[in-house]
Write a protein that binds this ligand. Structure first.
Ligand code: IDP
Ligand code: MG
Length: 168
């Protein structure tokens, strides 16, 4: 068994339904280590990069609007990174099938997800589905300094004249 990392997102439906606590409790069943956590306002660019592999699907535009928060009018997502033995499979088991109607009722998606009349799977959470996807997704959602350990190789760069917001 390998030590793996995985990216979890509590999607806007999870936030608007106040499910964050429940989701984190359920994730703890996998007995993994939390490495990073933050609340993100999802830009269209980030949403498209995250769901790049689904670009050709008929539900792509709805999916982008869903993850950005346009559907639920709550423009935030909770992003979490977990690490541990077999993390990807363990988390996917707790999370359940993509389609909430097919998901095991005791899984997060089975318990809290729904299929809308328009046919969108509002399934509360995202979880990486392979080590390759996890690396791509973690690097997309987090900067190295936002994770408690360097999960992947890092390099130091010097940036001059970059505009940055600081507290006034
Ligand atoms: P996953 O989230 O279980 O890995 P993916 O195939 O990567 O499933 O799809 C990403 C997201 O797109 C799903 O979580 C779900 O919200 C949505 N989705 C996937 N397939 C369908 C579909 O057939 N109809 C509607 N929405 C879908
Ligand atoms: Mg996926």
């Amino acid at each position: 068994m390998a030590i793996e990392q995985t990216l979890i997102l509590v999607k806007p439906d999870g936030l608007i339904k106040s499910l964050t606590g429940n989701v984190i409790s359920r994730l703890s069943e996998a007995k993994l280590t939390i490495m990073g956590a933050k609340v993100v306002r999802v830009s269209r660019e980030l949403a498209i990069k995250h769901y790049e592999h689904l670009q050709d699907k008929p539900f792509f535009e709805e999916l982008i609007q869903y993850i950005m928060g346009d559907v639920h009018k709550t423009y935030r997502v909770l992003a979490l990174v977990y690490q541990g033995e077999d993390a990807i499979t363990k988390i996917r088991d707790v999370v359940g099938h993509t389609d909430p109607e097919q998901a095991n009722p005791v899984s997060i998606r089975g318990a809290y997800g729904r299929v809308t009349r328009a046919g969108v799977f509002e399934n509360v959470v995202h979880a990486s589905s392979s080590a390759e996807d996890a690396e791509k997704e973690i690097k997309l959602w987090f900067m190295p300094e936002e994770i408690v350990e360097d999960l992947y190789p890092v390099k130091e760069i010097t940036i001059n004249e970059v505009k940055k917001l600081v507290w006034a």
